[in-house]
Design a protein around this ligand. Structure first.
Ligand SMILES: C[S@@+](CC[C@H](N)C(=O)[O-])C[C@H]1O[C@@H](n2cnc3c(N)ncnc32)[C@H](O)[C@@H]1O
Length: 593
């Protein structure tokens, strides 16, 4: 082989080798691309399996106030200048200014499973200047406006559910714009079986003007239980209700005239569920005096036979008829030459289940209440759509009979819920407590909500005040730390306001050796001691010696350490809790850090 042909051969050989390795690498690469693709598809499949097939879906548009909680955690700061103490025997109501997502997260620690009733009137997402998302008004033409609204409401409703007692109830008002989405969203959180119905409230009898659609005169209130351990409460009979012909007795109780002969379903004498002899029997009437008896054979004998000759049954058995006659609870009436028997029905007249349509004029917001608002504070242009407190009062009464109920409204704005609670307390001597959260958009919390509460408590114009107590809080933030110990340390000295609210114990008391690590507060029944250093434990004995009240001590700890053993000598008057781990656990659950 010549030198030339040898080198040509070498070059060819090298080229083949190159090509071979190139093909191998291509194969490997193809393989890895292929494997990657399979993995991607598997991931996709997993996601699809997890994703919803039925229900409400929307675009997740991150909300600044929610994102903030990934790097900062909320705490409360009290504004002492706004404290009102006008009723030493009453509860202390709470107003928290700032975003309700943060306020609710704090309440998830202070009021877990403790709220009797939540009433909210969120922005309805109806107009362009209805509400702000990430500091910008959500325009009526924003294609994500429903997604943003759902994002906002869903997160808050989930936390709110954790605050309700087992037998607690929530009521959310809304109009037609977001009703369908809200209904599905709330049903998913509270479950379909806990729906208590959607009430229609005629809040605007003068109607909302429309060009081409129906004129709106009502809005809705959606009621849900947290669990089926509750029931809607009966409300007093409304004698004005013309659907029933209520009559008032000499003892002022209400009754209805009811025909003794049963009508409708399950009323024929052949119905299996009745023994004919029990309810199909003769009753005698004295045609001259109107006397009714089953024992005495008087001149008229009647059976429960209807006009078509059908044998029916009496609504009462024969052993009670003569007694009913003695108390004038049963009487005979001649109608179209036929005798009918009527009796006074009082069965459910101690109250009746509230109905699903509330249409009385007192539920209308526009006239009566706007005028009253003008009296309380002259800010009508700031506040064009007030709610009627009567709707809130009826909602509270339908949901709870507890006169010490804790009632939360986290879209409070101006006044309705707390006015309703104060009026109810005044009316029945109750001690219901309200907790309100509202943002300070256009300084509404400071310049409208608070002054209105103060005016109603202290009186306005010629209207006397309703004495009550109030504390005003704002939210502040603590920066997140990577190490849990560093984070715990940051909560040192920052839990006091939350603990005051949790224990409803606000009045500071002077104790010997008090310092920033040992703070003491009292209410009528309880002493709250906040210890930011375990060395301070020794002071608890002294404290116990000075009071007969029960003591709850919150002790700062770098873990869930319980100091029960060291404090066992302090009798059962002392309850020990540790901070801040339970607070952090609550936040972890909500914010997922
Ligand atoms: C429809 S208004 C409630 C009116 C109230 N029911 C009344 O009669 O006075 C809704 C209120 O919720 C407040 N709000 C909206 N988003 C909020 C949020 N994220 N946190 C706290 N308040 C909010 C708004 O400022 C507005 O005042």
């Amino acid at each position: 082989m010549s030198e030339n042909s040898q080198s040509t051969y070498q070059i060819q050989w090298q080229t083949v080798e190159h090509l071979k390795s190139f093909i191998e690498s291509m194969k490997a690469e193809k393989q890895s691309v292929f494997i990657r693709k399979i993995k991607d598809l598997e991931e996709e499949l997993k996601k699809l399996k997890k994703s919803k097939r039925y229900g409400l879906v929307w675009e997740d548009k991150p909300e600044d106030v929610v994102e903030r909680c990934k790097t900062e955690l909320p705490v409360l700061v009290g504004d002492e200048t706004k404290t009102i103490n006008e009723n030493p025997d009453g509860p202390t109501h709470i107003l928290i200014e700032w975003d309700n997502y943060h306020a609710l997260s704090v309440l998830a620690y202070t009021h877990k499973n403790s709220i009797d009733f939540i009433y909210i009137d969120p922005p309805y997402n109806t107009w362009s200047t209805d509400w702000k998302y990430n500091n910008a008004y959500v325009d009526a033409n924003d294609s994500f406006r429903h997604s943003k609204w759902l994002n906002m409401i869903e997160k808050r409703l989930r936390v709110a559910k954790e605050l309700l007692k087992k037998d607690g109830t929530i009521c959310v008002t809304i109009d037609d714009y977001e009703l369908p989405r809200l209904w599905l969203c709330i049903e998913e959180i509270f479950w379909e079986s806990n729906l208590l119905w959607v009430i229609s409230i005629r809040n605007n009898p003068k109607w909302r003007m429309t060009q081409r659609k129906f004129s709106l005169i009502h809005e809705y209130a959606i009621f849900f239980w947290k669990s089926e351990e509750s029931s809607i409460k009966k409300l007093p009979v409304n004698p004005e209700d013309k659907t029933h012909n209520y009559k008032q007795d000499t003892d002022w109780s209400w009754y209805l005239d009811v025909n003794l002969r049963k009508q409708g379903a399950d009323s024929t004498a052949t119905t299996k569920s009745w023994k004919i002899s029990d309810r199909y029997y003769p009753i005698y009437i004295d045609s001259k005096t109107g006397k009714v008896s089953t024992v005495e054979k008087l001149d008229i004998e009647i059976y429960p036979i209807d006009s078509k000759g059908e044998k029916r049954i009496w609504r009462r058995s024969n052993d009670v008829i003569d007694e009913m006659y003695k108390s004038w609870d049963i009487w005979a009436k001649k109608q179209k030459n036929e005798y009918q028997l009527y009796f006074k029905f009082r069965g459910w007249l101690d109250g009746e289940m509230p109905k699903t349509m509330w249409y009385d004029s007192e539920f209308s917001a526009s006239e009566h209440w706007t005028q009253l608002l003008d009296k309380i504070l002259w800010e009508r242009e700031l506040f064009q759509y007030p709610k009627s407190p009567f709707a809130v009062i009826k909602s509270i009464r339908s949901a709870t009979v507890n006169k010490n109920a804790v009632i939360l409204d986290f879209f409070a704005w101006s006044w309705t819920t707390w006015h309703a609670v104060l009026e109810l307390n005044k009316e029945d001597g109750g001690n219901r407590q309200f907790i309100l959260c509202t943002n300070n958009e256009n300084k509404i919390a400071e310049e409208v909500t608070y002054p209105r509460i103060r005016n109603v408590i202290q009186g306005y114009g010629d209207v006397p005040g309703i004495p009550a107590n109030l504390r005003y809080y704002r939210t502040d933030f603590i920066g997140m730390e990577k190490s849990i110990d560093d984070l715990r340390k940051k909560f040192m000295g920052r839990c006091t306001e939350m603990l005051q609210i949790r224990e409803s114990c606000f009045t500071p008391i002077q104790v010997e050796d008090e310092n920033e690590y040992f703070q003491v507060f009292e209410s009528k029944e309880t002493i709250l001691a906040v210890l930011y250093h375990p060395y301070e434990i020794a002071k608890l004995q002294k404290l116990a010696d000075t009071t007969a009240k029960s003591i709850v001590a919150y002790i700062f700890s770098m873990g869930m350490e319980i100091f029960q053993e060291e404090l066992s000598y302090l009798s059962n008057r002392l309850r020990i809790e540790t901070i801040p781990d339970e607070i952090l656990e609550t936040y972890k659950k909500i914010f997922g850090f």
